[in-house]
Design a protein around this ligand. Structure first.
Ligand SMILES: Cc1cc2nc3c(=O)[nH]c(=O)nc-3n(C[C@H](O)[C@H](O)[C@H](O)COP(=O)(O)OP(=O)(O)OC[C@H]3O[C@@H](n4cnc5c(N)ncnc54)[C@H](O)[C@@H]3O)c2cc1C
Ligand code: SF4
Ligand code: SF4
Length: 425
C-alpha cells in the first residue's frame, strides 16, 4: 500500500516544506487565493491591494472584512485575467506567500534567522521614552513611535508616514488608515487601537499628495511586506517606504467587541472610552475618570480571523520594533533591528530626544517577548512552509513550590494568565 492509498486516519502528517523560490517569478492571484487567502494564512495586511496595478483587488476595512477579494467578474473570485496574462504583483507583495520569512530576512539582514532568534534578528534591545513630555503623554507607552516619526520628518528622511487614526472625533473608536506629514498629524495618530488598521491602505493618498519618502507604521503582518516587495522586485510600490516601524502584536480584535462585550456586559459605550491598553487584562479608561478591566479570556472570542495563524509577534522585519511589555509602563520596549534603525536611534539619543535604559534593567520583559513570540510561531500551521516555526525547544518549566503557591514569574506564565505589566493582546 502506498502512502496515498492509506486510510485518512492512518495518513502520516505532511512534512512542512522548506523550499525556496527559484527562477522566474510567475505566481499570480490564483496561487495567492488558493495558498494564502482561502488557506487561513492571510492577515488582511492589504499589501496586495495597494500593489495591484490594475486595481482589481477589493478590500473592506470594517468588521467581518479585512480580506482582499477579486473585483472583476470574468474569471470569478479565484482567478484573474491580468494574472493569466502574466501580472504577478500581488504575490510579490504578500508577506505570507511561500518563502516570505527567509526572503525578508536575507534582504534585510543578509542571512536567515537562527533558531535561537525567536523574536527575530536584532542589533540591540532598549527601553526608550520620548523626552518631550507632550509626545510622551500622547503615546501609548513611551511615545517612541511618534517621537521617531516627528524626527524623521524634521530631518528629511521622510515626507510622510502611513499611520492609524480614529475616524471622526474618535468617539466611535473605529480605526482608519491615514497619512501624517507633520508633528500635529503624527500626534493625532498616537496611541494604540486594538482593532485592525491596515495602514498600507493610506498609500494611495500619500502618492496622490506627491509624497516620495514614507515611513510605514504597523504590526508585523504589515511591516514584513516592504522587504518582501524589495526582494521580489515589485517595482515602484515598495520604493517610497524608507523607514519601517513595527508594533509587537499577538492579535487584534474584531470591532464588534465594543458593542457585544464592552457595552453589553460592562456597560461601557464606545463614546465613553478615553484610552485603552492591554497589560494582562484589557484596560479601559473612560472620560468620567473611571478605570475598568476586562479579562482577556473574555475577549478571545472576538479575535480577528486574520490573526489566528499569524507567527510574528515581534514585528521581526521592521527597522525598529516597539512594544509595551515590561515593568516600566512609561517606556517603549524597543528592538533595533537594522543598521538604519540603529542610525536613527543613535542620532535621536545624541540629540537628547529620547531617554534610554538598557533592556538588562528588565530581563523579564525580554523573556516575555520571546515567550509570546514562541506562542505566535506555534500558531503557524504545520501544513504551511516550515521556516516560521524554526526555533529552539521551549525552556523547561520551573517546578512549582509546594506551599504556599507563589505567583508564576512572567517568563513562565501561560498566555492566558499573563502577569500584570505584560502586554498580550
Ligand atoms: C493592534 C496592536 C496590538 C499590540 N499588541 C501588543 C502586544 O501584544 N504586546 C506589546 O508589547 N505591544 C503591543 N502593541 C504595541 C504597543 O501597543 C505600542 O503601539 C508600542 O509599544 C509603541 O508605543 P509608543 O508609545 O512608542 O507609540 P505611539 O507613539 O503611541 O505610536 C503608536 C503608533 O501606532 C499606530 N497605531 C495605533 N493603533 C494601530 C493599529 N491598530 N494598527 C496600526 N497602527 C496603529 C499609531 O498610528 C501610531 O503611529 C500593540 C499595538 C497594536 C496597535
Ligand atoms: S496577507 Fe496581505 S498581501 Fe497577502 S493576501 Fe492577505 S492581504 Fe494580501
Ligand atoms: S496577530 Fe498582529 S501581526 Fe499578526 S496578523 Fe494579527 S494584527 Fe497582524
Amino acid at each position: 500500500m502506498t502512502v496515498t492509498d492509506a486510510p485518512a486516519g492512518d495518513a502520516p502528517a505532511p512534512e512542512p516544506s522548506f523550499a525556496r523560490e527559484e527562477g522566474r517569478w510567475t505566481h499570480q492571484w490564483k496561487e495567492l487565493y488558493e495558498e494564502v487567502i482561502t488557506s487561513g494564512l492571510c492577515t488582511g495586511c492589504s499589501a496586495c491591494v495597494i500593489s495591484c496595478p490594475h486595481d482589481v483587488i477589493g478590500y473592506e476595512h470594517r468588521e467581518g472584512g479585512y480580506k482582499p477579494f477579486h473585483l472583476e467578474e470574468e474569471l470569478g473570485l479565484a482567478d484573474c485575467v491580468h494574472g493569466e496574462k502574466g501580472c504577478t504583483s500581488c504575490t510579490r507583495a504578500c508577506p505570507r506567500f511561500r518563502d516570505w520569512e527567509p526572503t525578508a530576512d536575507e534582504h534585510l539582514f543578509g542571512r536567515l534567522r537562527e533558531k535561537e532568534e525567536i523574536s527575530g534578528i536584532s542589533e540591540q534591545v532598549l527601553l526608550v521614552r520620548a523626552a518631550d513630555d507632550h509626545v510622551h503623554e500622547l503615546g501609548q507607552d513611551g511615545g517612541l513611535v511618534s517621537a521617531i516619526l516627528i524626527w524623521l520628518l524634521d530631518e528629511g528622511y521622510i515626507d510622510g508616514a502611513l499611520v492609524s487614526y480614529l475616524e471622526g472625533d474618535g468617539s466611535t473608536w473605529r480605526a482608519k488608515p491615514g497619512v501624517a506629514t507633520n508633528r500635529e498629524e503624527v500626534l493625532a495618530a498616537a496611541g494604540s487601537r486594538y482593532t485592525y488598521c491596515a495602514n498600507w491602505l493610506a498609500y494611495d493618498e500619500a502618492v496622490e499628495r506627491g509624497l516620495k519618502d514614507l515611513a510605514l507604521v504597523g504590526m508585523g503582518c504589515q511591516t514584513s511586506s516592504p522587504p518582501v516587495m524589495w526582494a521580489r522586485k515589485i517595482g515602484k510600490v515598495g520604493k517610497p517606504v524608507k523607514f519601517n516601524i513595527g508594533l509587537l502584536c499577538s492579535k487584534t480584535f474584531d470591532d464588534r467587541i465594543f458593542d457585544e462585550l464592552f457595552d453589553a456586559k460592562y456597560g461601557i459605550k464606545r463614546e465613553q472610552i478615553k484610552k485603552m491598553n492591554i497589560k494582562g487584562v484589557f484596560q479601559i479608561w473612560t472620560h468620567d475618570g473611571e478605570y475598568h478591566e476586562v479579562p482577556l479570556k473574555e475577549c478571545h472570542a472576538w479575535t480577528r480571523e486574520g490573526c489566528n495563524h499569524c507567527p510574528d509577534f515581534a514585528a521581526e522585519h521592521a527597522d525598529i520594533s516597539t512594544g509595551g511589555i515590561g515593568k516600566f509602563n512609561d517606556y517603549t520596549l524597543t528592538v533595533v533591528r537594522t543598521e538604519l534603525g540603529r542610525e536613527v536611534m543613535t542620532r535621536m539619543i545624541k540629540a537628547g530626544l529620547v531617554e534610554v535604559k538598557p533592556a538588562e534593567e528588565d530581563p523579564a520583559a525580554i523573556a516575555l517577548m520571546d515567550r509570546l513570540a514562541r506562542v505566535s510561531r506555534n500558531r503557524w500551521p504545520d501544513t504551511a512552509i516550515g521556516f516560521p516555526k524554526v526555533m529552539t525547544p521551549p525552556p523547561p518549566k520551573k517546578k512549582k513550590a509546594a506551599a504556599p503557591a507563589a505567583p508564576a514569574p512572567a517568563s513562565d506564565a501561560q498566555p492566558s494568565e499573563v502577569t500584570p505589566g505584560s502586554q498580550e493582546s
